[in-house]
Design a binder for this molecule. Structure first.
Ligand code: WTA
Length: 656
């Protein structure tokens, strides 16, 4: 077994992951007749026009100053989209809708305790402006990075927009991450301002978020000048505020009715930074530019998710990750639609919560992850079947491969078997959807993402960069820049180039880090990551990030972390001799992960083993461990340094 790949990491020499799609399913006629994208000529148009074709995306936005150049590719891989253009993202998401739909709902929020709040575009305008004025008052200037550490409450998108309005890039940190993780991200982003909250509900319990923020503050090297604290819990939790800490309500009240002129930003100026896991244990700060990002996000929300202003649209992803940024906030608001924002969990108070919300709000477009769909399936079709879901006209999925079985279940029980299901592939770095069927045009193949979108030059290639034959595994790469692409990394140009780009004879290629196959029709099936990133429970982790936390636990010597078929985290752990491999140790490991990374990183299974399987060169065979966790066949292991441990691990896994 050889694990040296194109970039010195794993190769993808087996086809164990996902079987390529069954028979193609045509878009339903009723949908096709009304679809935004209904002209199959769009593929050819983009091909013919090249980057110029992306004007269509930029034209969905209002520009303060028009751009002249679409793409400046003089200095690859540092591409600039719409470079002379100037615009403000918040003005595009809110102000420009006031003429026609000021009283239309922008956000319908549902809290964990059954609370509701609704914001019209006018309401959103008012609160965003008040907060923008307040932030300025606290000293936030253009290009100052503001860290947002908030759960799924309206104040989160409002704070993002307020930041965008004054040209302050936001740095949203998922609320479930730990104090340590928050501190790392505040420092790495050079952020001196924080917006957080007192706490939030987890099931029945009030959970203290502010104490995590306080804890982070003690750890950072830099200086947090000002903190704004949203009162989410009211009387359920009292937190005291220090000198440079301010209640969100008082900041907003003090500036109520003020308007702040939106700051015109260069298209290439930073809109936000989002930390994500890469090929090392340290997360990397992905930077998105204002113009290109917003253009492609708006274009794909319209053309792939088919969202229009009169929809009630629900993207169930947490805003703390890229899906929530692009398709929970910027995309739908740029198009002036009504979006649902849900704080709770899908099975509380009961397992029909999602279907109940869809029915009550007549949600027409619903976008979620295979992880969620797997849970829905497990809970049973009686839950969706008991609700009238006829308002739904399109379903989307993102984040990992969906099995044909789950795809069909989703379409049948949620979509009434007569709606398109779009499987969308993209990444934090791509900013926006890059592979997907166009729902009114392309046939769907369950289990297969689909072809690249028009204008996306995605290819599945071998180690030399040559296209692979249909059905053969290869590396998913993108051979030409696209507007939503990251403009760089917070860690600098060198890291950006090294992490993502390869220069070949025919130009620069972006490496996605995913393995894939392509069929005769050009439909791409994703096989999973070929680097050390794992996608579990709709979160993205680097294995080293988790493993280094685990080995900090007393008694632990080595660890390897993989994801299983249910999107769960499985940790293989070795200990010093004489250490009891029992539940208290499991608990200690779990606590350690919660402390270093966050509760989201607690492992679902911990498998103690005397040794980890290694190659002769001493590299841990994570793929083999993944196959074992998934109960899948694996190849010959005789070339390992310690083949005898494999059988032992397998039987332990079967018992747990
Ligand atoms: C995976 C999430 C299969 C892939 C938007 C990618 C997918 C990583 C799909 C990015 C899909 C995303 N089918 N795999 N439809 N969509 N992925 O940055 O491995 O959190 O590289 O962005 O998720 O995860 P990220």
């Amino acid at each position: 077994m050889d694990d040296a790949g194109m970039d010195g990491r794993h190769s993808i020499g087996d086809d164990s992951a996902v079987v390529s799609g069954d028979d193609a399913i045509d878009p339903p006629e009723s949908f096709r007749d009304r679809a935004v994208a209904s002209d199959a000529g769009v593929y050819e148009t983009f091909e013919r026009e090249g980057p110029e074709a992306w004007r269509r995306a930029a034209d969905l936005l209002d520009w303060e100053r028009p751009y002249e150049t679409v793409l400046d590719d003089d200095d690859p891989p540092f591409y600039e989209w719409f470079p002379e253009g100037r615009l403000n993202a918040a003005a595009n998401c809110v102000d420009r809708h006031l003429d026609h739909r000021r009283n239309q709902l922008a956000i319908r929020w549902f809290g964990k305790r059954g609370e509701r709040r609704s914001y019209t575009y006018l309401d959103l305008h008012r609160e965003m402006n008040a907060l923008a004025a307040g932030l300025r008052d606290l000293g936030v200037g253009e290009d100052d990075v503001v860290t947002l550490y908030l759960p799924m409450i309206p104040e989160l998108p409002i704070a993002m927009l307020a930041c965008a309005r004054i040209g302050a890039p936001h740095n949203v940190v998922f609320a479930g991450l730990s104090a340590e993780a928050l501190a790392t991200r505040i420092d790495a982003a050079d952020s001196e301002y924080l917006i957080t909250c007192d706490g939030y509900y987890r099931r029945e319990d009030a959970f203290n978020q502010k104490s995590k923020a306080d804890n982070a503050r003690l750890r950072i090297d830099g200086d947090l000048r000002q903190t704004v604290v949203v009162d989410r819990l009211g009387d359920a939790l009292d937190v005291s505020l220090g000198d440079d800490e301010h209640a969100y309500e008082s900041v907003v009240d003090a500036h109520d009715g003020e308007t702040v002129e939106p700051v015109a930003r260069d298209a290439t100026d930073l809109l936000f930074v989002m930390y994500t896991s890469g090929t090392t244990g340290q997360p990397k700060g992905v930077e998105h530019a204002t113009g290109g990002y917003l253009s492609q996000v708006a274009w794909t929300t319209r053309n792939v998710l088919d969202v229009r202003p009169d929809d009630t649209y629900w993207c169930a992803a947490d805003i703390g990750w890229i899906t929530g940024h692009s398709y929970g906030v910027y995309g739908p608001l740029a198009l002036g639609t009504t979006t649902v924002l849900y704080e709770g969990s899908p099975d509380y108070p009961d397992r029909d919560r999602v279907w109940d919300l869809i029915e009550r709000n007549a949600v027409s477009v619903f976008y979620t992850s295979p992880t969620a769909i797997r849970s829905f399936m497990k809970w049973g079709s009686e839950y969706p079947d008991a609700h009238d879901l006829s308002s739904i006209r399109l379903l989307g999925t993102v984040g990992e491969s969906i099995t044909p079985k789950a795809w069909r279940w989703y379409r049948e029980h949620v979509g009434g078997d007569d709606v398109p299901v779009v499987d969308t592939w993209w990444q934090t770095e791509t900013g926006a959807i890059a592979l997907a069927t166009l729902p009114g045009i392309s046939p769907m193949k369950p289990g297969t993402v689909g072809p690249p979108l028009p204008g996306i030059d995605a290819r599945v290639v071998d180690e030399d960069g040559d296209p692979v034959d249909p059905g053969e595994p290869g590396y998913l790469t993108i051979a030409a820049p696209w507007p939503g692409m990251l403009r760089g990394l917070r860690e600098g140009d060198e890291r950006y180039r090294r992490e993502y780009w390869l220069e070949g004879d025919d130009g620069w290629r972006y490496r996605t880090g995913d393995g894939a196959t392509v069929d005769e029709d050009g439909y791409i099936t994703i096989l999973g990551r070929v680097d050390d990133v794992i996608n579990v429970r709709a979160h993205r982790f680097n294995t080293a990030e988790l493993e280094s936390a685990i080995v900090e636990t007393d008694g632990v010597t080595e660890a390897a972390v993989v994801g299983d078929n249910d999107g769960q985290i499985v940790a293989y752990v070795t200990t010093r001799s004489g250490v009891d491999t029992d539940d208290p140790l499991r608990e200690a490991i779990s606590e350690r992960l919660a402390r270093s990374v966050g509760d989201v990183a607690r492992p679902d299974r911990i498998v103690f083993t005397p040794e980890l399987p290694k190659t002769r060169s001493g590299k841990i065979m994570r793929r083999l461990l993944e196959d074992i966790a998934r109960g899948e066949e694996f190849g010959d292991v005789s070339a390992l340094r310690n083949p005898e441990v494999v059988g032992e691990i397998e039987s332990t896994v079967r018992e747990t």
